[in-house]
Design a binder for this molecule. Sequence first.
Ligand code: SF4
Length: 584
Amino acid sequence: MPYTKLYFNRLSLGLVKSSTQINKRYKHNSTISKDLSNFQITKNEQDLINNLPFFKNIEKKKPKKAKKSETEAGERGVYVNKKLAVVGNYFADPENEGYFKYTLPESKTNPYYDVLASGKLDKIIQSKKELPRLSVTKLLTKRWCELRETYDIYSRLPIFSHNQVKVGNIIHSKLENISHPLEVEVEQFKKEFELIVPTDSFHNFANKWIDLISKFAVLYLEGDAREILCHGYLNSKSDNFLKNKTADNFSEDILVSGIADHLFIRRRKRPEGDDNHILFPEIQLKSDIFDSFSSDMDTILNYLDKNINQLISNLEVVITDVKTRNSKTIPAYSSVVKYSKLQVMYYRYLLKLLSSDPKITYHNLLKNVRYRGFDVDKPIDPAMMIPILMSSDLFMNDCRKLRDGLTVPNNFFKTDPHSNQGTQNKAYDWSKYENIIADPNIQNRLSEFFVKWKQPVTLRYLAMRMSQFYYYTGKLLSNQLYIEYYFKGVNFQTTPFKYNHQLLEDEIKSSSKFWFGKRSIEPIDPSMKNLRSYCDNCDYKSVCLWKKEGFEKLNGLGKDLLNVQKHFINGSLNGNNLGESSLL
Ligand code: SF4
């Protein structure tokens, strides 16, 4: 269907979905864990894990591995060999031939500066470009085994993209398309558009920000949104995120980014134990609060600004994370369950930080742009803006203001930061499109813009709008978090848990100390259960000294126990004092 038809179809439907449609959007078949109070592994989860056949039979036999296609197995073999060769350069232990040490290499004791940013630091400082980012998932170093994570970091190879990862990406993308059909329409429009939409790194980056602003608008208009970007700056000296402070030291303040899978709005006061609607947005400002539908950015932000206190008492924004599984089970590893919860807590933490002061958030967003080597005042190509303006009214009024050189309203800045930074003088001439574009629908809708603009659309303008949305969203965040488990596209289990600030702060410190070389590696506890489960599924199992020594100790323990038992029996037969024999 041509895009313009889609656009007018949507308009004729008034863009308001019936409640039946909304319910279809959130149809799922999920069971909900009942323990809402504790972030740690719940009894329910622990029972589920312990009762998995994998652990029940652990003493009897090795677990069966899922069959992989020959191609995937072959590709994985090549990948693992490549990894072992690189990691061996740093970790090979001369005293234990064929094994890798579990201590950091003396020449490279700082995983971030010596490995991730290695060789780039001087260049980066000179060019004032961005240091390599960390992601929230990279901070979860103990999600599996920190030693495995360390080897992977030093291998500098991307994670192997096995089938489960590919399936997960498809499901995330499907869910995103359901929540954000406009993005799909914009992409469809671009395919049929007469102009070439730029895809260079600057415009791709701008596109991400435009998407994010649109998603925030959808959050308030529709009640939920997916794939919301968040970030913060982790200071490598203090091992903490910068709070109420701009990132000024780009060799110390490291950008950490993440994507919160799913945000939805629901009523804050709920009957005790009422979980029936936890994954359904319970409010849509467009139909429940605004008299008539409006997707104008200023109307939404003004509404939020005027009513924020009342909204805080009545509504909350809940964050959930979507995990895709290859069977209807939650992960068999307790650390994976625990760190999945911490991951969602990180998103909440970062979104909250971004809401503390919109001016600081705005300046940090601009810093991020500069660190990437982009100009915050560079005009965004009109060929990128036309599909956006054709797809919704969200940016229309702002674009009119920019076109006419008027202030774009923002309650947090005394003067419009956009108009004060010399952007007026940048040429932004849309007049040529009057003759270039033949599509009558575009001409009808956008002809008012085909003139010389007084101010261009820039990343600076987008940063200002983003900082406003971050501010209100952070104020509304709930302490209740969820993980949604999906199998074959259907949500089969949802795990609720509470945000635990102190625990997360401790994790941040610990993870930062690892990344910046202030503590040693902390591998899995070498119990029989761990060595048999974690290690069996690890790419380093054939070379890992920690695993080898772990088994040796356990075997030695077995012999000791046997000796003690023999001694005990002999002693008993010889009539010795049993109490003296049991020295365990
Ligand atoms: S083999 Fe076991 S201990 Fe060694 S890195 Fe892998 S999971 Fe960790």
